[in-house]
Ligand binder design. Structure first.
Ligand code: HMG
Ligand code: NDP
Length: 577
């Protein structure tokens, strides 16, 4: 077996012999190389070179044999590269391509020195050869190759099939294969695209149909890419190095790639005597710097933080024939033994969700019931929805005239500003406090206690109240909440309610030279299991915080960051001076 990238001169000699002896193998390699991708000529060329040659072997070559190296331009592989690059970019000239090759070969020795283990060898089973050569119509020719087969990445092999610009089968044959066998293993990507374009397969069902998430994403991109206006879009949208299996059916539909967001680390910050670094995904320059300065400002005494209440909510709306019937149901709900009956039903739906409270509210013949429950380490919205639905079914057995209008009656309230969350709390209710010594106020924040207090009163208290803000008595809690939510796989839309925060500051100490600051956040909707936390990058950020399975800490941490972020107020004040 040989592996790509080729590691030794003997491997190169072997493949050279193969491509010269087996025209089909040469075509196969061209297809393989032309699907490696890239946008500009230099990038395409280097990606191909990187897939084919290790730095070890590349260091033995120069384009024309200079420095007594082997002559790369004499290789049939060089011809294959030129051909494959042009297949990607028709405008690529021989000079552009050879310049890229020369340059890449020239630096091989340095790369080799710097990254001895960088070689990303792509391994797969020879089994795929059979599938692929069938698809390409090469058939048994490569069976001899199997003994010596080059190992390549199965995904790349799949790409090869899609690279074919023509359909080998007619659309009717494709439909027949798809319908009869209900799988598309025998179809090339291009043939599947034809099935999508002809509406035999829904775009969003590709994962189910091809049973290979990455292949589905690639096909979808190609379908969209057929539209002139999207032709160049996908060059800038990454596709690789992402676990699409985790996404499908859980995090997103109709997936065509992912959006990279810069991830910064703020801190460290001391919360309840532990030091944390804070992962923040943001595109707002200055934010991480601001939070890091805030963390520095409270580093002497650290932050004390507590979760004072825990309860995720779902508030359905039901309707009765009359207000008086609705009031009977209201009374029924207020009875403790009925609560316990409902709780039994509610709790039976999950190992973790536990009903702790019901808050009914009546408006004419409409009854709103706010179910409040703890949800273990999960944010809990799906759990609440499932458990609430089961509880309501039980209630409907008691109240045959009860009509369920909506499982969410906006009395929850999820993803909308609402006083009920501000007053009653939702998710984790967290308080955090810190003391900033006078010396820090001067040296790190470069302002005064009175200036900070002044800004906090005028802006966060008076200004926000004049504006009629709900939970907006702060400077930029949403900045911190959202950046941490994105980094750690929380539901980003829940920044609306989670950013509720009131920041309070006072002069502190015998002479009032120090600053006391607190942040109260009644509705942090966070989890360390479920939702986007299952994705590996987001999981890694949770690992950085060391809080998987210890949710209260995340809540505390978020609040702690906000404490720090609010110290940024001094900066505005300085600027005003
Ligand atoms: C899931 C559906 C769409 C099914 O809807 P359905 O009608 O059962 O599905 P269908 O199989 O009959 O398909 C109908 C069409 O939906 C689309 N469709 C169907 N499936 C897909 C898919 N996989 N990917 C992409 N598109 C899809 C597609 O256009 C399809 O037409 P077709 O192309 O087949 O002719 C529907 O039940 C729905 O919209 N549910 C609501 C889900 C939702 O909005 N979730 C957001 C989270 S809830 C939340 O965050 C806030 C909340 C709820 O708490 C706020 C509150 O308090 O109100
Ligand atoms: N449905 C809706 O209306 C809304 C849904 N969402 C979305 O809901 C998702 C989050 O829902 P959520 O309910 O948090 O997550 P999940 O739907 O992923 O539910 C959590 C799952 O993890 C299991 N679990 C395992 N270990 C634990 C543990 N230690 N603590 C808690 N649960 C554990 C639960 O078990 P078990 O099965 O025993 O409960 C449950 O199956 C997000 O994707 C969010 O975007 C957001 C807003 C509204």
């Amino acid at each position: 077996m040989k592996k790509l990238p080729l590691q030794k001169q003997e491997d190169v000699a072997f493949v050279e012999a193969m491509v010269q002896a087996e025209p089909e193998f040469k075509s196969y390699l061209i297809l393989y190389c032309s699907r490696i991708g890239g946008c500009k000529t230099d990038e395409i060329t280097k990606l191909i070179l990187k897939k084919l040659f290790s730095d070890n072997v590349a260091a033995l070559y120069s384009w024309l044999g200079a420095k007594q190296k082997r002559i790369f331009s004499h290789l049939t592989l060089a011809e294959i590269i030129l051909y494959s690059v042009r297949a990607n970019n028709k405008n690529a000239t021989d000079k552009d391509i050879t310049d890229s090759i020369k340059n890449w070969l020239r630096h091989a020795a340095t790369r080799q020195k710097n990254h001895t283990h960088r070689n990303l060898s792509l391994i797969i089973k020879c089994l795929y050869f059979e599938t692929i050569d069938n698809k390409l119509g090469i058939r048994q020719k490569l069976s001899s190759t199997n003994e010596v087969g080059i190992q390549v990445n199965c995904l790349d092999l799949t790409e090869i099939t899609c690279s074919s610009t023509k359909c080998i089968k007619t659309i009717d044959e494709c439909v027949s294969i798809y319908k009869k066998e209900l799988d598309v293993d025998r179809l090339t990507n291009n043939e599947i695209i034809q099935l999508v374009l002809n509406k035999h397969i829904s775009m969003y069902q590709l994962e189910n149909v091809v049973r290979d998430s990455k292949r589905a994403v690639m096909i979808r991109r190609q379908v969209f890419g057929k539209e002139e206006r999207y032709k160049n879009i996908f060059c800038s949208l990454p596709i690789d190095n992402f676990d699409y299996d985790k996404v499908f059916g859980t995090c997103c539909e109709n997936v065509v790639g992912y959006i990279p967001i810069p991830l910064g680390i703020a801190g460290p910050i001391k919360i309840n005597n532990h030091l944390y670094n804070i992962p923040m995904a943001t595109t707002e320059g200055c934010l991480v710097a601001s939070i890091t300065r805030g963390c520095k400002a409270v580093s002497l005494y650290g932050v004390e933080s507590k979760v004072i209440h825990d309860g995720m909510t779902r508030g359905p709306v039901v309707r009765f024939p009359s207000a008086s019937r609705a009031s009977v149901a209201l009374k029924w709900l207020q009875n403790l033994s009925n609560f316990n009956l409902l709780k039994q039903k509610f709790d039976s739906t999950s190992r973790y969700a536990q009903l702790i409270k019901l808050k009914p509210c009546i408006a004419g013949r409409y009854l709103f019931i706010r179910f409040v429950a703890t949800t273990g380490d999960a944010m809990g919205m799906n759990m609440l929805s499932k458990a609430t639905e089961t509880s309501l079914k039980y209630m409907q057995e008691r109240f045959l005239d009860m009509e369920l209008l909506s499982l969410s009656g906006n009395f929850c309230t999820d993803k909308k500003p609402a006083y009920i969350n501000w007053i009653e709390g939702r998710g984790k209710s967290v308080i955090s406090e810190a003391i900033v010594p006078s010396t820090t106020i001067t040296s790190v924040l470069k302002t005064t206690v009175s200036a900070i207090v002044d800004v906090n009163i005028s802006k966060n208290l008076i200004g926000s109240s004049l504006a009629g803000a709900v939970g907006g008595n702060n400077a930029h809690a949403a900045n911190v909440v959202t950046a941490i939510f994105l980094a750690t796989g929380q539901d980003p839309a829940q920044n609306v309610v989670s950013s509720n925060c009131i920041t309070l500051v006072e002069p502190w100490g015998p002479k009032g030279e120090d600053l006391y600051i607190s942040c109260t956040m009644p509705s942090l909707e966070v989890g360390t299991v479920g939702g986007g936390t299952i994705l590996s990058a987001q999981g890694a950020c949770l690992d950085m915080l060391g809080i998987k399975g210890e949710l209260s800490l995340l809540a505390a941490l978020s609040a702690g960051h906000v404490v720090k972020s609010h110290l940024k107020l001094n900066r505005s004040k300085s600027a005003m001076k």
